[in-house]
Design a protein around this ligand. Sequence first.
Ligand code: SF4
Length: 387
Amino acid sequence: MSAYSSEDVRDVEALAQGIHRITKGNWTVMEVCGGQTHAILKNGIDQLLPPAIRIVHGPGCPVCVTSMEVLDRAMEIASRDDVVLCTYGDMLRVPGTKTDLARIRSQGGKIRVIHSPLDACKVASEELRLGTGRQVVLFAIGFETTAPATAMAVRAAHMKSLPNFSVLVSHVLVPPALQAILSDPDHGIDGILAAGHVCAITGYEAYEGIADQYRTPIAVTGFSPVDILRGMLAVVTELESSKGDTSRHTRVINAYSQVVERCGNVAARRALDEVFECCDQVWRGMGTLPQSGFKLRSKYQALDATERFASETSSIACPALPTIQSHCRAAEVLKGKIRPTQCEAFGKECTPAYPLGAPMVSNEGACAAYYHHQSRNDPDVLGGSSR
Ligand code: SF4
C-alpha cells in the first residue's frame, strides 16, 4: 500500500474492519472489470477480506472476450498487402485459431498499435496524403467504455469522407453477459461488483432489473483499493441484511457516486446511439449472447470492414502458433467457475511469455493478474482448497 496516502490506508483499514464486522454468511462476489482484478491482486485486497468472502473474476477483460472469429477476420484483413490494421497493443499476442497478429506483423503485415480510435483516422489521412493506396482498418474492441471513442472516429471519418477508412467492430456490452452468467443455475455467485468506468458511460439502470430478477446485489465500484472495498462493503451489507427476506427488492448500490450517475453520460450515450445499434455477439468462452454487441447503423454501413473485405483473400502467409490451446480453461475463468490458479497449465505451459489463452496475454486478463501479483502461498497453486 506504499503508493497510497496515509488517509487511504486508514480508509482501507476501516472498510476492511467494517466488512469483517458484518460478515456472517459465506459469500462469493464476482468483479467484472480487468482493472479491478489487477487492483485486487496487486494490492492484496483479497487477503484483507474475511475467509468467508471469496472473490471470482468475470468477463471483464475486453481482449479476453473478443471472439476467435472476429480475431481471425482481423488477421485475414491484416494479412493483405494493401491494408494497415490499427489495433490496441494487447491484441497482438492473443491467439486466434491458427496464429496471432504479432506473427502476421513479423511476416510483413502492416499493423499499427494505436492508443485511441481517432489515431486510426489520422493514419488513414496520412496514407491518403502519401498516395500509398492502402486501406486503413480500425479493429475496434472493448466494452461500453471504449465504444464512444470508436463512435467519434466513425463520425469523423464519415464527415471527412475518408475513402480508405473502415472499422471492424467488436464492441461488447456488460449487462447481457451478466444476464447470461446469472441465468446459469449453477453460477454460485452471491453478489457483483460492476465496473465503474462502464457505468460512468451507460449509467446503471440496466443493472437494476438484473439485480432484482436474479436476487443478486450489484455495487457500482471504482478501481482504487478504497473504492473496491467500499463496493464490497455495500454488497456484503446488502447480502447480510436481505438474508431470508424474499419479499425485498434486490438493489443496485452506487458505491462510486463521485463519478457515476444513474443515467450515465448522456452525451456519450447519444453518440453511441447515433452510430451503433445492438446486435447478437459472439463472446470468447461464452458463445453467442443476444443483443450483447454493437454493429454500425445503416448510415455508416459503408465504413464496415467486414463488408468491405468480404470477398477478398489475404496475401501474406499466416505462420501457425506453436502452442496447444486445448489446455486453456479461459471459458471457466471468464464465468467465475474457477480462479486462474486452478487451471493446470497456469504458470507451467502457460505464462505471459508463452500464453495459451487471452487472459494470460492481456494487461487486464485475470490469469496475467494472478501470475504477476498472486502470492506463491496461494492454496490453489499448492493444490489446496480453492476456498
Ligand atoms: S492459465 Fe493460461 S491456459 Fe489456463 S485459463 Fe489462463 S490463459 Fe488459459
